[in-house]
Design a protein. Structure first.
Length: 280
């Protein structure tokens, strides 16, 4: 078992016996009172060390129980990490360092990364928000990404949507994305989000849904997707143009656990400063 200071933290010396630890991924800051043993172990673990080697290095100066207790405390506080020389995909090595700050162990981090890579996410609508979300899902390693949009690329898309250039004008958006992300598992559809369209193949085996389809409106398309989400108990995110096309990512609706989409719409209506005015 090897131990090492987490690469994603900074340790700042406030005084001779007070250290502040900055967790860069989450921006948390923890303050600790430290003794000489803690200081020496922190310095020693700037490189990975075998646990037995650490104990051997300090046992002539400190009781073994104190050394072990110190190591366990540093680990429980998220300052050092334990690993068993595991093999990590280099593509996700930086991402796993971030996940480390959200979990209790490297084993849990790797399990979570594995879950990401075994997940299927469906994105409805691949425009100004949808293309950026697809790119993010691809970058973190989502195993399968289903996308649907019946639109072709227009010149006006080029200033705000990823993946497309002038040579793609007139081609289907989903086909271009699938071709450009050729090492991703992308399943492309050209279905609209409408009451007359069967979306079963898009939804049924998904772990998460993202609705970016805002035509005729994000409210109408989300109400359709919400019915599928309730049927299959799948959480989803609304990420499109709300309230005069203000672009937003969120909220996330978890059937049976969070407020519903209708609750969100009602809240938006009540909070809208223009709600009492008539449209001319």
């Amino acid at each position: 078992m090897q131990l090492k200071l987490k690469e994603s933290i900074y340790i700042l010396k406030e005084s001779s016996d007070i250290y502040q630890v900055v967790f860069t991924g989450t921006r948390r800051i923890k303050k600790f009172r430290v003794d000489n043993l803690v200081k020496e172990i922190i310095d020693y673990l700037k490189v990975a060390r075998e646990e037995n080697a650490i104990i051997d290095n300090f046992k002539d100066k400190y009781p073994i129980n104190n050394i072990t207790a110190c190591l366990n405390s540093l680990h429980s506080q998220g300052i050092i990490r334990k690993n068993e020389k595991e093999k990590i995909d280099k593509r996700f090595s930086k991402q796993i360092l971030f996940i480390d700050e959200l979990t209790g162990s490297r084993e849990e981090s790797l399990k979570l990364q594995g879950k990401i890579q075994n997940s299927t996410i469906t994105v409805f609508g691949v425009g100004g928000i949808g293309t950026w979300i697809i790119n993010g899902l691809y970058q973190i390693g989502i195993g399968k990404i289903k996308i649907t949009d019946p639109d072709i690329i227009e010149e006006s898309n080029l200033n705000r949507q990823l993946f497309f250039d002038s040579k793609n004008i007139g081609k289907y958006k989903v086909d271009v994305i699938k071709r450009k992300l050729n090492d991703a598992n992308i399943v492309a559809f050209k279905k609209t989000v409408s009451p007359s369209e069967d979306l079963e193949k898009l939804v049924r085996d998904s772990d998460f849904l993202v609705n970016c389809a805002d035509s005729p409106s994000i409210v109408e398309t989300t109400r359709i997707i919400d019915k599928y989400a309730l049927k299959y108990n799948i959480p989803y995110c609304i990420a499109g143009g709300y309230n005069m096309h203000l672009g937003m990512v969120g909220p996330i609706i978890v059937p049976g656990k969070t407020a519903t989409f209708e609750d969100f719409i009602e809240f938006q209506k009540n909070s809208d400063p223009l709600k009492d005015f008539e449209k001319i």
